[in-house]
Write a protein that binds this ligand. Structure first.
Ligand code: ADP
Ligand code: ADP
Ligand code: MG
Length: 648
């Protein structure tokens, strides 16, 4: 086993690797960017080395040579790449090995073999693994590709061969749309991957994403069963589970065998995932699954596999990279129970899942739940990396039990300081179709409106916030609590920018009468705490002027400054501003152009995603204030419209 390893990553996966290394007595070296000086992974590691000179991945976590120098400097014998960043970069693997260090992952050759979707599909066909019917050859002229699409039969999916993260992918319903879709897929593929080549696949109806965890020692491989990752939004996974609902013994062994064949065909070493698309229209059938791609790394959702198999995949990675054989034989691997993972992100769901930033003034997870997180209370979700807060993982004896645990765990997770997708995850955990195991990749999109609805506070929640604002929870002398005479107080709070006044008559230390608008609510102090109307006092956290009531997945109120009444009256719709720091990818507006409310005027790339910036009203473009390629700050004005009423 290694004595010391370096982890070339950040966030939850760096922390995850450090935990296992520590348990195995392996010392750890963290690397960090400027922005991550005080990050959790740095605090957890035995040593830490700063990399690069700026926070952006290109100036830090992607600097292969600096990372190698840090490994040399600290005497690390191996490098764990985590996921993302350099984890699937074969040139990095070559460099690590040339420096005489071990790469804790597959060989450069195996990564190259799976790096391009077209070559990987050809290789898999040869190895006898079913691949999605389609065209994955070299010819790329539009007419020829259109002919192939017709031959395959609509609907088809155009995919960038170098693609990842759902980029460069277009669903085409009929021949008339093909040319436009092809051009836009090629354009996106060129910007994102520097490679315009595409392949065309039959679009599978009612598709399910089922992937198989494989593990190899360079010669032979085993599989650790499947994960179902069908709950996706725009081809990004949201909740994953293992095993897959409705899986049969025949289907599992057919998929497991195919995945092991795929891994062995490329002499795979370490943890990998073979992703299949499955036709879920009519139950699971052994002739209804096809290879999509192989991810040659540890996957974000690996904990659900760990939960049902009892295997620590990072331990296996370290052991195999240190020269041991496969830690287990196929016949010794078994599934126990059912597991779910939900990805908790800082994002504004009602605003189109806009990634958010912020300082986590409060962060707690319920006891007994595995929460893999790279942040602690007090840490900041910065705009530089993906806005993941944590992965919440539960394991129960049956799917139903595990799903109830997930529901409960999400309801009891407390985050303040940023908006999150917690309510959305909670709505999914309570979704009837999901509970019934009717999963397919279209589930979220079909029910998006109800799933993405923002939770609203009841009067009792407003009272809970007001009690904290006025410091009326615990009796102490200054607040007049001890007076027997009624005491009148009031406070102005705001819910999503709309102010309301909460007035209270304090009827002694154990009773308060609250008035908010038309509503009157009695609060009484019982042995276990306050009872507000029919609501038991929930946990509440205050940070500055923000008060978060931990019910309905977190309800955040602002204490309004009475001297600043008009603060909310900004945003006349003249300016189109960057909602977060990012890179201006495109500006579509030109000076003098007439635009309609909702027209897309610019694209901002931030936090791994592209955001369309829309006109807030009809009008005429007065000024363009930024250029394609500009790096802009949050709030930077990009486009200005003429004053309403003054345009031509
Ligand atoms: P998976 O297929 O395992 O579910 P995703 O496709 O969601 O993973 O994402 C790929 C990986 O890229 C993620 O694990 C993510 O953490 C990582 N990543 C996040 N931000 C960055 C970044 N700024 N640069 C490079 N990689 C990143
Ligand atoms: P990426 O590299 O971006 O992860 P994938 O090829 O893995 O691209 O596909 C991402 C997602 O797109 C899948 O998880 C699935 O939801 C959907 N998808 C991919 N191929 C097909 C297909 N042929 N038919 C239907 N859906 C598909
Ligand atoms: Mg994929």
């Amino acid at each position: 086993m290694f004595h010391k390893i370096l982890i070339a990553n950040r966030g939850e996966i760096a922390c995850r690797v450090i935990e296992t290394a520590r348990r195995l007595g392996v010392r750890t070296v963290a690397v960090y960017s400027d922005a991550d000086r005080n990050a959790k992974h740095v605090a957890m590691a035995d040593e830490a080395v700063q990399i690069g000179h700026g926070p952006a991945p290109a100036d830090s976590y992607l600097l292969a040579d600096e990372i190698l120098a840090a490994a040399k400097l600290t005497g690390a014998e191996g490098i764990h790449p985590g996921y993302g960043f350099l984890s699937e970069n074969p040139d990095f693997v070559d460099k690590v090995e040339a420096a005489g260090l071990a790469f804790i992952g597959p060989s450069a050759a195996a990564i190259r073999a799976m790096g391009l979707k077209d070559a990987a599909k050809a290789l898999m066909e040869e190895a006898g693994v079913p691949v999605v019917p389609g065209y994955h050859g070299r010819r790329q002229d539009a007419d020829f590709l259109a002919e192939e699409a017709g031959r395959i039969g609509y609907p088809v999916l155009i995919k960038a061969v170098a693609g990842g993260g759902g980029k460069g992918m277009r669903l085409v319903e009929d021949a008339a749309q093909f040319a436009d879709a092809l051009a836009s897929a090629q354009g996106e593929a060129t910007t994102a991957f520097g490679n315009p080549a595409v392949l065309i696949e039959k679009y599978i109806q009612k598709p399910r994403h089922i992937e198989v965890q494989v593990f190899g020692d360079g010669t032979s491989a085993v599989h650790l069963f499947e994960r179902d990752c069908s709950l996706q939004r725009r081809h990004q996974k949201v909740i994953e589970e293992a095993p897959a609902p409705g899986m049969t013994r025949e289907m599992r062994s057919a998929m497991g065998d195919a995945a092991v064949r795929a891994a062995e065909a490329i002499g795979y070493a370490g943890a990998g995932t073979v992703e299949f698309i499955v036709d879920g229209a009519d139950g699971l059938r052994t002739d209804g699954f096809w290879f999509m791609e192989m991810n040659t790394r540890l996957q974000v959702e690996h904990p659900v596999t760990e939960a049902i198999t009892g295997v620590d995949l990072v331990e296996w990675q370290l052991r195999v990279a240190a020269g041991e054989g496969l830690p287990s034989r196929q016949e010794d691997l078994h599934i126990t129970g059912h597991a779910f993972e939900a990805r908790l992100y800082a994002e504004d769901v009602p605003k189109g899942f806009l990634p958010a930033t912020g300082t986590l003034s409060h962060l707690t997870f319920p006891d007994g739940v595995r929460a893999d997180s790279g942040v602690r209370a007090g840490d900041t979700i910065s705009p530089w990396y993906d806005p993941m807060i944590a992965k919440v993982i539960v394991h129960g004896p049956t799917r139903g039990a595990a799903l109830r645990q997930l529901d409960d765990a999400l309801a009891r997770t407390q985050v303040a300081g940023t908006v999150t997708n917690l309510a959305f995850l909670g709505a999914l955990a309570r979704h009837r179709g999901f509970a019934a195991g009717n999963v397919d990749t279209g589930l979220i999109a079909r029910d998006l409106d109800s799933l993405a609805a923002a939770p609203e506070p009841a009067v009792a929640h407003k009272v809970a916030a007001a009690m904290v604002a006025l410091d009326l929870v615990t009796p102490h002398p200054e607040t007049g609590f001890t007076l027997w005479a009624d005491l009148q107080r009031s406070v102005t709070l705001a819910w999503q920018g709309t102010p309301f006044e909460a007035m209270v008559a304090v009827n002694g230390p154990h009773a308060q009468t609250w008035t908010i608008g038309e509503d009157r609510v009695r609060a009484v102090r019982l042995a276990h705490g306050w009872q507000i109307g029919d609501l038991g006092m929930p946990a509440v956290a205050r940070a500055g002027d923000q008060i978060t009531v931990f019910d309905r997945y977190g309800l955040t109120f602002t204490v309004a400054d009475p001297l600043d009444r008009d603060a909310g009256a900004l945003g006349d719709g003249n300016l189109i501003e960057a909602p977060m720091p990012g890179l201006v990818k495109a500006i579509f507006a030109t000076v003098g152009q007439e635009v309609k409310e909702g027209d897309r005027l610019a694209i901002l790339e931030a936090m791994k995603m592209e955001h369309s910036l829309l006109a807030a009203r009809d009008g005429t473009v007065a000024e363009i204030l930024a250029q394609t390629g500009d790096q802009v700050e949050a709030g930077a004005a990009l486009v200005r419209l003429e004053e309403a009423g003054t345009g031509a």
